[in-house]
Design a protein around this ligand. Structure first.
Ligand code: NAD
Ligand code: TYD
Length: 367
């Protein structure tokens, strides 16, 4: 595949990527998949290792000598300009997954979302801008390309039809607002400084290694333990579900072939109401619907997300994993990796769970 604008792919063979937030759910899938291809690509992961990130997500890379040779892990914050500068200087491209990523936590404590999603993105963009200046001065071969991983939540709730990339942004949670702000900064750098940057807006993603705070892994792991499954409101909110390997693959595709300054939606494979997702999970696990409890809704809960994917299709990307296959693989993975998710449900988990669900479950009703 070649880029539509220049006729050449944007990454040279053996490129060195800086992957920020690469120890999280989608970032680690991106790193594992790219390094497992053994095509000479080198990756430095910069990750703060918040409650959501873990180096164990990259164990497959670190324990494979050939991949480990092309991989480096740096613990740190994307908002730390002194740390970020030299890492961007050494990179051919920056792929930014780093974010606080859970809507419910953004409602409880918005500040960290803004620090990483706005100031952190600004720090990365400044480093990229400086390197572009060095490239223009002949001090490095090419300017680094920047990819901002964003989300369909920036569109806000979509009563009908499908969001296209030119639609206005109407975020409704602090998480979505921080993601929209990050994107707008990227847009401003493209226009003002000519920064070589692209943005992806991915749909609701699920799969192995997802933190159990999110709907699908929370409900799988609670159901394994015969604990209640807290369904918000009437459970008829609709999401479009994207398997993690497809999300990571589409991001790589946009990194290689996306046109500078453009935004690309990455839709999923099936739009369904939450109730139906939960029913399918329970079927796959052989657990009863009686575990499901109706709890007080999330404030400002977006009723529906749905995106049009024709721009990404025209760029040459197709998802590979159906919802049925993805759910089967995900349920299998959580069944076989109990130590991983029990560890993710430790530390501040009990305090978070009590704050988010304590009253909700105490006042819950039959679903
Ligand atoms: P995640 O919470 O699993 O991972 C985020 C990673 O970023 C963690 O490893 C965390 O330690 C790291 N991080 C957080 N703040 C940091 C900072 N200041 N500096 C460095 N590292 C930091 O999230 P995810 O689900 O893998 O999401 C990755 C990206 O994809 C996010 O930008 C998110 O907004 C976006 N996205 C997620 C979904 C989804 O459904 N999960 C959908 C669309 C877009
Ligand atoms: P989530 O996984 O948090 O993703 P997002 O908010 O980014 O869409 O939630 C997916 C859907 O599941 C959303 O409509 C909220 C709902 N949900 C519940 O009903 N109960 C829960 O405990 C959680 C975490 C989510």
């Amino acid at each position: 595949m070649t880029d539509h604008a220049t006729g050449a792919p944007h990454l040279r063979p053996g490129a060195h990527l800086l992957v920020t937030g690469g120890a999280g759910f989608i970032g680690s899938a991106f790193v594992r998949d790219m390094l497992a291809r053994r095509d000479g690509t080198r990756i430095t992961v910069l990750d703060k290792l918040t409650y959501a990130g873990s180096e164990s997500n990259l164990a497959a890379v670190a324990t494979d000598p050939e991949q480990a040779d092309r991989y480096r892990f740096v613990r740190g914050d994307i908002g730390d300009a002194e740390l970020v500068g030299p890492l961007v200087a050494a990179a051919d491209a920056v792929v930014n997954f780093a974010a606080e990523s859970h809507v419910d936590r953004s409602i409880l404590d918005p500040e960290a979302f803004l620090r990483t999603g706005v100031i952190g993105v600004h720090v990365l963009l400044e480093a990229v801008r400086r390197e572009a200046g060095r490239a223009a001065a002949g001090e490095r071969e090419t300017a680094p390309r920047y990819l901002q991983v964003s989300t369909d939540e920036v569109y806000g709730t979509v009563p009908d039809g499908h969001s296209v990339e030119t639609d206005g942004l109407a975020p409704r949670s602090p998480y979505a607002a921080a993601k929209a702000a990050g994107e707008l900064l990227v847009r401003s750098y493209c226009i003002t400084y000519g920064t070589d940057a692209v943005v992806t807006r991915g749909a609701n993603t699920y799969g192995p290694f997802q933190h159990p705070e999110k709907l699908i892994p929370l409900f799988i792991t609670n159901a394994i333990d015969d604990e209640p499954l807290p369904l918000y409101g009437d459970g008829m909110q609709r999401r479009d579900w994207l398997f993690v390997a497809d999300h990571a693959g589409a991001i790589e595709h946009v990194l290689r072939h996306g046109v500078a300054g453009e935004v690309y939606n990455i839709p999923g494979e099936l739009e369904v109401p939450n109730r139906e997702v939960v029913g399918r999970l329970l079927d796959a696990l052989g657990k009863p619907w009686s575990l499901v409890r109706t709890v007080e809704d999330r404030p400002g809960h977006d009723r529906r997300y749905a995106m049009d994917g024709s721009k990404l299709t025209a760029l040459g990307w197709r998802n590979r994993i159906s919802f049925d296959d993805g759910i089967a693989a995900t349920v299998d993975w959580f069944r076989s990796n109990e130590a991983w998710w029990r560890s993710a449900k430790s530390g501040d988990w009990d305090a978070y769970y009590a704050r988010q669900y304590g009253t909700r479950l105490a006042t819950s009703t039959e679903a």
